[in-house]
Design a protein around this ligand. Sequence first.
Ligand code: NAD
Length: 244
Amino acid sequence: TKELEGKKALVTGATSGIGRSIAVKLAEAGATVYVSGRRAELGKETVALIEQAGGTGHFIVADVANIDDVRKLAEEVGEVDVLVNNAGIFPFSPTPEQSLDSYQQVFDVNVRGTYFLTAALVPAMVAKGRGSIVNVSSIAAVIGTPVGSVYNASKAAMDALTRSWATEFGHAGIRVNSVAPGPIATDAAVQGAGELFETITDLTALKRVGQPEEIADAVVFLASDRASYVTGAVLTADGGYVAS
Ligand code: NAD
């Protein structure tokens, strides 16, 4: 049997990029996958990819920056075995030019969305005595970049939540981990980070960008029982950038 057979998973921001790839790989591993995001057309494309791969997927529209949407999403999905907090935004700005709105939006999506969706879904996991939560953070949590201060801080906050929740819910058999990607070839990252993306890629040990599937494999590992003794960890998947 497949390693996630019979499991139910929810992936936020699964309408593109890394989230879409995570949704497909979880389905390939046997999970029924709830795909959430803001754009229904793109969400349905992800579901079609899941079905092409022989899996089962459902799309639920939800903006994780909207607390009503977060609560409705949790209600509609009900209980899950695997929660992947992947939705994220990465607008860049020099600190003196940072707008209050953009600062707020980064924390609303990356941190508050992750926080309250997890808060809504974790009680059912505790009741069942099992569950795996994976936060998609970033190497940005541990490296400085000249124009990403708010994003970097938001990802460090996600890793702090990972460690806190691992401690808070470990007694109930729930594992909580982060995956910290390096430069991954998604449209949003390549276009959004521009030169910085190339600079970071050149400094990886492997001298190449990563593919979304390489992050998805790390997430499937953490979601599955193969990672049964792994919790509170940040799994860096960055081609050796941080090590270099
Ligand atoms: P992406 O833009 O394709 O993926 C982010 C997804 O989140 C998109 O589908 C987007 O629509 C969704 N999203 C944004 N705001 C949302 C909201 N309010 N509600 C619901 N969904 C929302 O980019 P990606 O590169 O696939 O990034 C995915 C995750 O990986 C992000 O958390 C990002 O910070 C992280 N990451 C990416 C890289 C990289 O190089 N690509 C590196 C490190 C970390």
